[in-house]
Design a protein around this ligand. Structure first.
Ligand SMILES: Cc1cc2nc3c(=O)[nH]c(=O)nc-3n(C[C@H](O)[C@H](O)[C@H](O)COP(=O)(O)OP(=O)(O)OC[C@H]3O[C@@H](n4cnc5c(N)ncnc54)[C@H](O)[C@@H]3O)c2cc1C
Length: 348
């Protein structure tokens, strides 16, 4: 008898299964390998200050240190480098943006995330930055695909992974237990990312999925140690002069595949920032599990208290997943209350 079946091994299912196993629960993860999942395609950036108004990320003071601690533990465990503290240069697009930023500099809660109050200027031969920019402290980047592969290997070693497409017809849910293809478990928790829109137990949740496309480009003699954030992110991949360019947000899309429109949008936006020549090496796409109110989905089906969900990581799964997987685990094992903002009961 398993304590938990976790469906999905993206960043959400990986984190949740990890915290449950750390608490000595017997867990089976069911996942069909998808190298084009959102978690595999993500750039892996966690940015403490975002948007046109330079707003502090929700829960950043608690969430970012917790994510760092968690990923550093995995680096130890896997004996691999996965997590990089990375300065992020946010470019101004106007004098108004400079003024908005100056106003933020006056707020004490922003100070830990601002390198200093100087406007910095990058080399114009490489980056168009007429209004300059500022340096954000506390940003990071996870090699998400490498993490997922290492974690998958760990699950295999522990005999805790079933590699297949989950079939709802095979799930039998009873009052206090359930079974999947004859395997018994106390609870099942779905972490299917965007595929959750087909989940019959959670069709009341307002997903608002967003396709994202990105490019991998080669740029010679560029900035290898900072992320540059203008109309797009230009993120060093720490190998072979490769940079990740991301990403598009599209709510009306035909399929999950990289598209000509997506590529043109990225190239167009990139050329508003990058003045150096570049060569496109790869073009990828995935669907983000975004949510109307931009908060995760955590909790249980109202009629089946043994059928749960951990999803809705939207555009920020890398920082949200560790923190809320731990939060959900504390709720499951220690009966701690779920935060109202993430509890799926907010939609009942
Ligand atoms: C282009 C792009 C760039 C991004 N950049 C960032 C970034 O820089 N920082 C950040 O924090 N976030 C970023 N994101 C968002 C991030 O990718 C998501 O928040 C996160 O990956 C969602 O993780 P997940 O585990 O919920 O879903 P997924 O990664 O989609 O994982 C779901 C898993 O469940 C499996 N699965 C689903 N259904 C079934 C089934 N029926 N049977 C078996 N297996 C199943 C899938 O195969 C997959 O492995 C980006 C997303 C995109 C598309």
């Amino acid at each position: 008898m398993y304590d938990y079946i976790v469906v999905g091994q993206g960043i959400a299912g990986s984190m949740l299964s990890w915290f449950l196993m750390k608490a000595n629960k017997k867990v089976l993860v069911i996942d069909k390998l998808n190298l084009s999942s959102a978690s595999n395609v993500a750039s892996g950036i966690s940015n403490p200050i975002t948007g046109r108004k330079f707003v502090k990320t929700w829960l950043v003071d608690e969430m970012f240190p917790f994510a760092e601690q968690t990923y550093r533990e995995f680096e130890e465990l896997f004996k691999a480098e996965l997590y990089h503290s990375t300065p992020i240069i946010k470019l101004f697009d106007s004098v108004k943006a400079q003024n908005d930023w100056s106003a933020r500099c006056a707020l004490p809660e922003y100070l830990p995330y601002l390198k200093n109050e100087n406007i910095i200027h990058l080399d114009n031969q490489k980056v168009k930055n007429d209004f300059g920019g500022f340096e954000i402290n506390g940003g990071s980047q996870l090699d998400a695909d490498k993490f997922l592969l290492n974690y998958r290997n760990l699950l295999q070693q522990k005999d805790a992974l079933l590699e297949e497409e989950f079939a709802f017809a095979e799930l039998k849910v009873e009052q206090d237990s359930l079974s999947y293809k004859g395997t018994q478990a106390r609870k099942i928790i779905f972490c299917e990312g965007a595929n959750a829109i087909h989940n019959p137990y959670f069709n009341f949740l307002p997903f608002q999925l967003a396709k994202g496309e990105c490019l991998i480009v080669r740029i010679e003699n560029f900035y290898p140690d900072k992320v540059i954030n203008g109309e797009v992110f230009i993120m060093p991949m720490q190998k072979e002069n490769l940079y990740y360019i991301g990403s598009t947000h599209e709510w009306n899309y035909e399929d999950e595949q990289p598209s000509e429109n997506g590529k043109n949008e990225l190239v167009g936006n990139l050329t508003t920032v990058l003045t150096a020549p570049f060569e496109i090496v790869e073009h990828k796409a995935a669907i983000r599990p975004t949510v109307k109110d931009r908060r995760p989905f955590v909790g249980f089906n109202p009629e089946h208290p043994n059928v749960g969900i951990f999803n809705g990581m939207g555009t920020k799964g890398i920082s949200l997943a560790p923190f809320f997987a731990n939060h959900f685990t504390n709720h499951l094992l220690n009966k701690e209350s779920l935060m109202n903002e993430v509890n799926v009961e907010r939609f009942l």
